[in-house]
Design a protein around this ligand. Structure first.
Ligand SMILES: NC(=O)c1ccc[n+]([C@@H]2O[C@H](COP(=O)([O-])OP(=O)(O)OC[C@H]3O[C@@H](n4cnc5c(N)ncnc54)[C@H](O)[C@@H]3O)[C@@H](O)[C@H]2O)c1
Ligand SMILES: N[C@@H](CCC=O)C(=O)O
Length: 516
């Protein structure tokens, strides 16, 4: 029997011992900078001449490491290994697979600060955000291990006196897992281990900005007993390797988390049946968001301002769940705006995240920096700049926390995902109008309502069309096993990571019926 699931507690960095431990871990990561990392195919380490240079987004000159890069030949080799491995891996016991995850979670927990320190450097995450990312990776392993044990019990169906019927889930086959850079540990780990623990074999293509943490996870899983060939680590170009694997006729499913642009492209490609393909590919595709906090006339404005500030600027707004739009009732609009601007100016300082006094670190790379700065330019034309509005990419990619007021609900700033520390305000005449504005994007990932009005809360529960809706709190920070996570509309397939149904997306139901 495993102990019941409980989420991993966050580290309290006001405790000196914890602060010192993370500082020491950061020093250790700094001593290890510049290492080379191979691909892992069937357990074999393969170094390539073509490499990805991974840099610290807070200091572009600091190279975190050099990661070997798969090409199509290596992707094909990995696919064959995964295909052959699936022949026997699919028959392994659920307990065997779950135990690997429980052990891996324990290993990460024992070395927690080492992973968190790495995330500070490779992902540019402030301590608190990096610690939460490590905790979530642990949670995914613990939770999915337990979920697999539940699914393994089977599902009751009816039998008849002359007929014995059974129904159970079996794995799908070779899965391609393509992960984003923003939850470089948690989402990469969660999507990979979900596929593995359900009995599939995996080709893992992590984001090119953050592939090293994925190598470190591979080492942990190997130490925990993962057999060779079950997960194959093949970083590489999204277009070259990603497309090749998605198109491959032996690929059975694709688990993608990333932008709407790439997600819809992969969805289309996966729908095409190639020569020699014997199935329709399953797709689990989780994409972007344009997430709104609605603030009602009868509400706690201090709570609202705190929720908005954290949801908009935590990890520099680089969360699919980040609050990038506020729709406030006209009765409270001015006061709320003033409080948010004041909190942003007073509390949201930014700089190198190795220094824990910085609330925000950098954005991930030049592409992100340029995109965010261009949206700030658009915002200056569409609305009223209240604070921020500037950036500095001389050393790392830093953007000031930025608030725009008086935007039209259909302004580009209120419709398009910026994925940076920029939040826009729109005024609504009534609660009904606020919900109408909140629903007027093509996304539907997260949202929050700050209100003391029970009727309004119930209205939002029915009409605010997002996968994760929160009341009287911010719209980020879902916890595995507590807030199953995933969105509607162009936010994705709503597969609900960290929820009780998630593993089933990686499996297929088989009915057997024996005449007695
Ligand atoms: N809904 C969610 O759960 C969720 C969670 C995290 C991030 N996101 C979204 O992810 C985005 C940020 O992440 P990103 O910048 O890494 O996204 P991205 O779409 O640029 O990249 C995601 C992954 O796809 C790969 N890729 C790129 N082109 C590809 C191609 N042609 N074929 C195959 N793979 C390809 C990338 O290398 C990366 O590994 C944001 O839009 C954010 O909202 C969504
Ligand atoms: N699950 C995370 C967001 C993941 C996307 O970036 C949250 O709830 O804030």
């Amino acid at each position: 029997m495993v102990v019941p699931y409980k989420h991993e507690p966050f580290t309290d960095f006001t405790v000196e011992e914890n602060r010192k431990a993370l500082q020491a871990a950061i020093k250790q990561v700094e001593a290890d900078l510049g290492k080379e990392y191979p691909l892992i195919i069937g357990g074999e380490r393969i170094m390539t001449d073509d490499r990805i240079e991974v840099v610290n987004p807070a200091n572009k000159k600091e190279v975190i490491g050099y990661v070997s890069k798969a090409n199509q030949d290596l992707a094909e080799k990995a696919h064959q290994v995964a295909d052959e491995t699936f022949d026997w891996w699919r028959k392994t016991k659920a307990k065997f697979r779950a135990d690997i995850l429980f052990r891996a979670a324990a290993i990460v927990r024992r070395r927690k600060h080492e992973f968190t320190a790495h995330l500070v450097k490779e992902g540019g995450k402030p301590w608190k955000e990096a610690d939460a990312d490590t905790a979530e990776a642990i949670d995914f392993m613990e939770y999915y291990g337990r979920q697999m044990l539940e699914i393994d019990k089977g599902v009751e169906i009816n039998s008849r006196p002359i007929e014995n019927n059974r129904f159970h889930y079996i794995p799908l086959g070779v899965g391609v897992v393509i992960s984003p850079w923003n939850f470089l540990f948690a989402i990469m780990c969660g999507t990979t281990v979900a596929a593995m623990v359900s009995g599939n074999t995996v080709l893992l293509k992590p984001a090119s900005a953050t592939p090293i943490i994925a190598y470190k996870m591979m080492e942990v899983l190997e130490e925990a007993g993962l057999p060779k060939g079950v997960i194959n680590y093949i970083p590489g170009s999204g277009k070259e390797v990603g497309d090749y694997l998605v198109d491959h006729p032996r690929t059975r499913f694709i688990s993608f988390t990333g932008s709407r642009e790439v997600g819809t492209r992969l969805f289309e490609r996966a729908a095409k049946v190639h020569e020699g393909q014997k199935w329709l590919k399953r797709t689990i595709i989780e994409m972007g968001g344009k997430d709104t906090i609605v603030v009602d006339s009868d509400s706690d404005l201090e709570l609202a301002a705190d929720a908005i500030t954290y949801s908009a600027f935590g990890f520099s707004g680089q969360k699919c769940s980040a609050c990038s739009r506020v729709i406030a009732h006209e009765d409270v609009y001015d006061e709320l705006l003033e409080r948010v601007v004041q909190k942003t100016k007073e509390q949201v300082n930014y700089g190198d995240p190795t220094d824990n006094s910085n609330y925000m670190g950098p954005v991930i790379d030049q592409g992100a920096y340029d995109k965010i700065m261009s949206y700030i330019g658009i915002g200056k034309e569409e609305g009223r700049l209240m604070t921020g509005g500037k950036g500095d990419d001389s050393k790392g990619w830093f953007v000031a926390p930025t608030v725009f007021a008086d935007l039209a609900p259909d302004a580009r700033l209120m419709q398009e995902e910026i994925f940076g520390p920029v939040v826009g305000f729109t005024k609504a005449k009534s609660f009904d109008e606020a919900i109408k504005f909140a629903n007027n994007t093509e996304y539907g990932l997260t949202g929050a309502v700050i209100s003391n009005n029970r009727e309004h809360i119930e209205k939002a529960r029915e009409d605010f069309h997002v996968g994760n809706l929160y009341f009287n709190r911010g719209c980020t920070a879902a916890i595995v096993g507590y807030h199953p996570f995933g969105g509607f509309n162009m936010s994705g397939t709503d597969s609900k990571a960290g929820g009780p149904d998630y593993l089933i997306h990686h499996m297929q139901g088989k009915t057997t019926s024996e005449m007695l």
